[in-house]
Design a protein around this ligand. Structure first.
Ligand SMILES: Cc1cc2nc3c(=O)[nH]c(=O)nc-3n(C[C@H](O)[C@H](O)[C@H](O)COP(=O)(O)OP(=O)(O)OC[C@H]3O[C@@H](n4cnc5c(N)ncnc54)[C@H](O)[C@@H]3O)c2cc1C
Length: 469
């Protein structure tokens, strides 16, 4: 079969690689200059860094087997340490009951326990929003301390407007009770949220994808970098027949796999009905600004990354690349941190230049006392990531379903990936989508691609419903 894959992130690369290895004629078009998408790694000030923190974790066998097949022994097991910074104190994340309660004033602890008990006695029935879902699991007080600020920084909308789906995907069946059990009996390995070690490719997350790219080419796959796709072409019956690139070239195929932003792809289709276009208009994404700073100091803090809940600073997360694996920084004697800011296209911060963002990052690190007064910021670097997070605003599923139903009616077109299918995917979800998309094309058996990363129990038992080959 002739297959065109749009986008060389984890989802597109995996699909393309599998399809090429199984004898299909595959062309992969990537808008950027390198492979890996959001999970790429790159050289900065003499060392390798990722786009923010990238922890790889899956309990799905086919994803782990694939990871091992590509990476082999070239990975390190990293001990996870991630904490929340709030009111100038550090709280372990995932929440550890004794640490959380011990760090708070007695009156607050009492309020937390009281509001949790109240919620257990009369929970909100059928929670629809993030606020309701988390309040049920942790009580109102703990919600307001540990979930509200961060989530509102990330999404830019109130928690009462964020869909409960996001909590179900990210927090899964974790609760205050589970945190207390974890504190008393240790991590039983049951909750993904509690996993404290992860595999990390020695030269950064992107190593995995660079290798997949190489193997794809070895299997006669055609990789076209700096080749953005403008639209997916259809014949008079609506069947997808190929793509048109931004430079005007057209390429034909029997099957298209798209990982470009869902809304843009659907609106590019000549036959999209107006209600589908209208549904697309209501689906939107949040952008990320990454500000990298190099500090002339070591041992700033021990975490892989810190969630910053404090409302007095604008960023929401800091990665410390010194704490992942030594093969990243070699014999360098400086530390690279990466601060994440989230915004929409029209926000002023999206238009700020590298110098202003570098200054803002330094100011905020000093406010939080994460760097000492004598520490110097040697360099700063700015990276814009548009359409980084598909926003799960309450009711988004109604619009997404309209788009999904329409796409299911188009022969020869499949959408997968994070912004490709409008799902808050981690790497493992996107890899799984890529593997299963290839399997669906090769076997003709439906692999239920839309249902990946929707089930709140997904990965807890390592169970995903797909058809065996
Ligand atoms: C700051 C940050 C931290 C993260 N942390 C983690 C983590 O700890 N663990 C984890 O597992 N995941 C993490 N992720 C998520 C992970 O990066 C994504 O899940 C993964 O990269 C999604 O892969 P994808 O292929 O679906 O999409 P993407 O990686 O977005 O790839 C899509 C590709 O399509 C290309 N493209 C777009 N439009 C076009 C077009 N018109 N034509 C051609 N190509 C196009 C893009 O350039 C891109 O290369 C994080 C993401 C971010 C941003």
């Amino acid at each position: 079969m002739k297959v065109i894959v749009i986008g060389a992130g984890p989802a597109g690369l995996t699909a393309a690689h599998q399809l090429a290895e199984t004898g299909n004629e595959v062309k992969l078009f990537e808008a950027g200059k390198e492979v890996g998408g959001l999970a790429r790694s790159f050289e900065l000030w003499g060392q390798r860094v990722d786009c923010g923190p990238h922890r790889f974790f899956s309990s799905d066998k086919i994803v782990n087997d694939y990871f091992k097949k590509i990476v082999g022994e070239d990975y390190t097991l990293v001990n996870r340490l991630t904490r929340i910074f709030y009111r100038n104190k550090f709280f372990y994340y995932p929440l550890q009951a004794m640490n959380a309660l011990g760090n708070l004033p007695f009156t607050t602890v009492f309020e937390i326990l009281f509001s949790y008990a109240k919620q257990r006695i009369s929970p909100i029935k059928n929670p629809q929003t993030f606020e309701e879902w988390v309040t049920n699991r942790f009580g109102k007080k703990l919600f307001s301390i540990f979930f509200k600020n961060y989530s509102e920084k990330l999404w830019g909308i109130p928690c009462s407007k964020i869909d409960a789906d996001w909590a179900a995907q990210r927090i899964k069946n974790f609760s205050l009770l589970e945190a207390v059990k974890g504190a008393l009996f240790g991590n039983t390995g049951k909750h993904k949220t509690l996993v404290d070690q992860f595999a990390f490719p020695k030269t950064g997350t992107g190593m995995l994808y660079e290798r997949i790219g190489e193997q794809f080419k070895k299997a006669n796959g055609e990789l076209h970098l700096s080749s953005p796709v403008k639209k997916v072409l259809q014949d008079e019956n609506g069947i997808a027949t190929g793509v048109e690139l931004a430079n005007g070239e057209t390429h034909l195929a029997d099957q298209i796999v798209s990982t470009m932003p869902l809304t843009l792809m659907v609106k590019s289709l000549a036959h999209s009905p107006s209600d589908v276009k209208a549904a697309c208009d209501k689906l939107y994404y949040r952008n990320t600004i990454l500000v990298y700073v190099e500090i002339n100091s070591l041992d700033l803090f021990p975490d892989n990354w810190i969630y910053v809940h404090s409302p007095e600073v604008q960023h929401g997360r800091i990665t410390n690349f010194r704490n992942w694996c030594p093969s990243l920084y070699g014999d360098k004697k400086t530390t690279i941190l990466c601060l994440e800011y989230w915004c929409f296209d029209n926000d002023d911060i999206w238009k700020k230049d590298e110098v202003s963002m570098g200054k803002l990052a330094e100011e905020e690190l000093r406010i939080m006392k994460l760097i000492k007064p004598t520490d110097k910021v040697l360099n700063s670097y700015l990276l814009h990531i548009p359409k980084c997070y598909p926003v799960y605003e309450t009711g988004y599923m109604k619009n997404l379903s309209i788009v999904q139903n329409y796409l299911d009616s188009i022969k020869g077109l499949m959408v997968i990936g994070r912004y490709g299918s409008f799902k808050y995917n981690n790497q493992d979800h996107s890899i799984l989508m890529g593997l299963l998309a290839a399997r669906q094309i090769n076997t003709g058996k439906d692999q239920h691609l839309w249902s990946i990363n929707t089930d709140s129990e997904y990965q807890e038992q390592g169970e995903v419903e797909y058809e065996n080959e």
